[in-house]
Design a protein around this ligand. Structure first.
Ligand SMILES: Nc1nc2c(c(=O)[nH]1)N[C@H]1C(S)=C(S)[C@@H](COP(=O)(O)O)O[C@H]1N2
Ligand SMILES: [Mo]
Length: 526
């Protein structure tokens, strides 16, 4: 009887650990939940024959079968822990913590994992120790009335038979623990989003086909090796993120659909993620910029995107640009989280590499950056082009519809402005007198950068050396060797694009269509 209740205590302990871990994972990231992490680690290490076997026998349910398998193993283990804890409490705690450690190590080792990913497993294990203590503690024998009278039976293992432990207390504690775990578990999976586990699994299972039209290799000279200057291609983990999502949408790509409809659409389309993967894919280097980027700010990044040409899809649906008589001048993209982003139809069909992106720097889009599908349009700020977690494309007019940010006083149309930024030296740096490389990036997407100039203390402009151009849709690094003399100096930069436009000195803020002005940095040469 006590052994059975101890096993039950173990089960409840395990469930409470998972519930807490799930809740903490909602705050960290779903991949960090122990079941997802252990499952992911398992998938990564599955030999091909087993993977084949699983896919053949379980099909798209193979991930579910794996998760159920992990839970079954956990359940057996948890019951054993309960029984062990009844005999020897510290051994029970040690087993719980060991299992937490397995989850933590698996989570930290996942792609993109960091130390924080250990948190769900650790929190779950620590709390589980408390629950175990509470429940198994109630199963300990109380001194029998006889014992109280002094027959000396020790409070513990070899006391009188069933019936003298705290039954009432056990039932109350167990019920409370089950209720609390259920509540926490439901809250955690709510926060993780419905179907978060499926979404994580569908992303992990996504294989990007080779693009029919690959990007040309980044020229060797596109990246200047100057200390303090970032890489030409921004790694996904460092890529800026700007959105309104409190909880990042986790979409199951297998059930995702995109609808294309509206004014001038003669053949409305609904496509699945697989449909898009099977189409002809293009791969391009494109630099994204946020309209909220202040002069000198960080909201700009360059990535290699893989996707479907948006214009092809629009043409298949019968859409014509306004210049060819089409009735719609605005393409409104809607995301699953209700964001609306409007782009000019003329622009996305003018031959530039506007795309429905499925991949970013060689992997499926990270959840933060729009998995499974987002828009990318070279030359337009993100808020008028780069809808993440896309689910609907509607052809309409600018006269008829204002998208999310336009309702909040931003412009309907916003091509990216020619800009430049000094990345090194940093503001208030104290370089030594002598040759100091001044370096940074400049961008004028879809026009290209022609020249970058630097001046010191309002003196003459000096032409910086430009890195090789990748494409006109990407930023360009630059460097100027400054013969620095001691004292405080102000460095300023300005770029000229291939249309011949030189950045204006006039400082304007980001609202309504992007900041202007020269980036300047004050340094103290010693
Ligand atoms: N669904 C959705 N998509 C969105 C946004 C958003 O808030 N929600 N923000 C946009 C803005 S303002 C920018 S600058 C880019 C940023 O993309 P990133 O976060 O991948 O860098 O996404 C755009 N797409
Ligand atoms: Mo933005």
């Amino acid at each position: 009887m006590r052994a059975a209740l101890a096993a039950l205590s173990g089960l409840i302990t395990g469930a409470s650990a998972l519930a807490v871990a799930e809740l903490v994972a909602a705050a960290v990231r779903p991949e960090a939940s122990p079941v997802n992490a252990v499952g992911g680690a398992f998938i990564d290490r599955t030999p091909p024959w087993l993977k084949d076997f699983a896919i053949r026998n379980f099909g798209t349910n193979d991930k579910l079968v794996l998760q159920l398998g992990i839970l079954a193993v956990l359940a057996v283990f948890a019951m054993a822990v309960g029984v062990v804890a009844l005999r020897h409490r510290p051994a029970g705690f040690a087993a719980v913590l060991a299992f937490g450690a397995v989850g933590a190590v698996a989570a930290v080792g996942r792609p993109g994992g960091g130390p924080l990913d250990a948190l769900p497993s650790v929190a779950g294990a620590v709390l589980a120790c408390g629950v175990l203590q509470l429940l198994v503690g109630k199963l300990a024998f109380r001194p029998s009335p006889a014992a109280e009278e002094g027959d000396g039976t020790p409070d513990g293992t070899d006391g009188p038979p069933d019936g003298t432990f705290d039954r009432r207390g056990f039932v109350i504690a167990a019920t409370a623990a089950v209720a609390a775990s259920a509540g926490i578990g439901v809250l955690g999976s709510r926060l993780n989003g419905p179907g978060a586990a499926e979404a994580v699994a569908s992303r992990a299972g996504t294989v990007l086909p080779a693009p029919a039209s690959p990007a040309r290799p980044v020229p060797a000279g596109a990246e200047l090796r100057v200390r303090g200057l970032g890489p030409f291609t921004t790694p996904n983990k460092d890529f800026y993120r700007v959105d309104t999502a409190l909880v990042v949408p986790r979409i199951d790509a297998d059930s995702w659909r995109l609808r294309l409809h509206g004014k001038g659409v003669t053949r409305p389309l609904t496509v699945s993620f697989d449909d898009l993967l099977r189409r002809e894919l293009i791969e391009r280097d494109i630099t994204l910029t946020c309209v909220s980027n202040e002069v000198g700010g960080p909201y700009v990044g360059n990535a290699r995107w893989i996707g479907v040409r948006l214009a092809d899809l629009l043409r298949e649906a019968g859409v014509e640009p306004p210049s060819k008589g089409g009735p719609a001048d605005q393409l409104v993209a809607r995301s699953v989280d209700g964001m609306t982003i409007g782009s000019p139809v003329e622009t996305v069909m003018d031959g530039r590499d506007a795309m429905l992106a499925l991949g970013m720097n060689g992997e499926p889009l990270p959840f933060d950056h729009g998995f499974p599908v987002r828009m990318v349009v070279p030359g337009l700020y993100g808020y008028v082009s780069a809808c993440k977690w896309l689910q609907d494309l509607e052809l309409t007019t600018f006269a008829d519809y204002d998208a999310y940010w336009v309702k909040r006083s931003w412009s309907q149309r916003a091509p990216i402005k020619t800009e430049s930024r000094i990345d090194t030296p940093r503001p208030f740096a104290a370089p030594k007198a002598g040759v100091v490389p001044v370096a940074g990036v400049a961008w004028a997407q879809h026009r290209g950068i022609a020249r970058v100039e630097v001046r010191v203390d309002g003196g003459d402009w000096h032409t910086a050396r430009l890195a090789a151009q990748d494409t006109k849709d990407t930023w360009r690094q630059w460097v100027w060797e400054w013969r620095a003399t001691t004292g405080s100096h102000t460095l300023e930069v300005r770029a000229t694009d291939l249309d011949g436009y030189t950045q204006t000195e006039k400082r304007v803020g980001t609202v309504p269509d992007g900041a202007t002005g020269w980036h300047s940095v004050v340094v103290d040469v010693t």
